[in-house]
Design a protein. Sequence first.
Length: 231
Amino acid sequence: MWARLRRAREYVEAAVEAPSTVTPRAASSLARDVVLVATDPETGKVWDDIAPMVSAALFVELVHEGRLAVTGEGRKVRVTVSDRAPLGDEVLDDVLLSVGTGVFGQRVRTLMSFTPTGREVIGQLVAAGSLVAERQRLLGALPVRRYRVTHAAGRDALVARVRGVLLDGSVPDERTALLVCVLDLAMPLKRVVGKAGAKEADRRAKQLRAGLGAEEQAVLSAVTAAMQSAS
């Protein structure tokens, strides 16, 4: 335990001492895109099971950006920092720091409990003006938090890209393929394509997942295993 804490302190000290020239990232993170697509524009409700999708999006993006290396299979998938350079996104960089310190171990299924589950990502979207938090009353009595999707969010374009890939045979770029695969972990794709296109969407999502890199596939498998063990 003390050795782990010592390594964590050394990692944090090195991160603090390193010259910081990182520019805030302008591009939307994969986790933000997941939350936007998973937010119903009519009701303002975010999909209930958003947590595993957000965790998967964060780890997959860090892997895709070359910040994390992956070893193992299924429940034993581990991640380690291969490049500690921050990306300029607060949530992604916090996850990178958490992995680097090793305080919470290296297994993805364990780290999922200590990474953002949606609230921080939703906070980013609210701060950016993509979502507007509103108080509503459920059945006229119980107060609930809902989120209005603004035009600036670009949700329609995201959904159009996903639908094009799943139903129209569009060739996806890497980020759209990852987005589809992460959404498919915990949200029925018929919410995006409609009931009539659900079967084709499921088939296409499996095809896209099989075409991902080995490390990205391993992360998704680890999240899937964690979800199955929790159910």
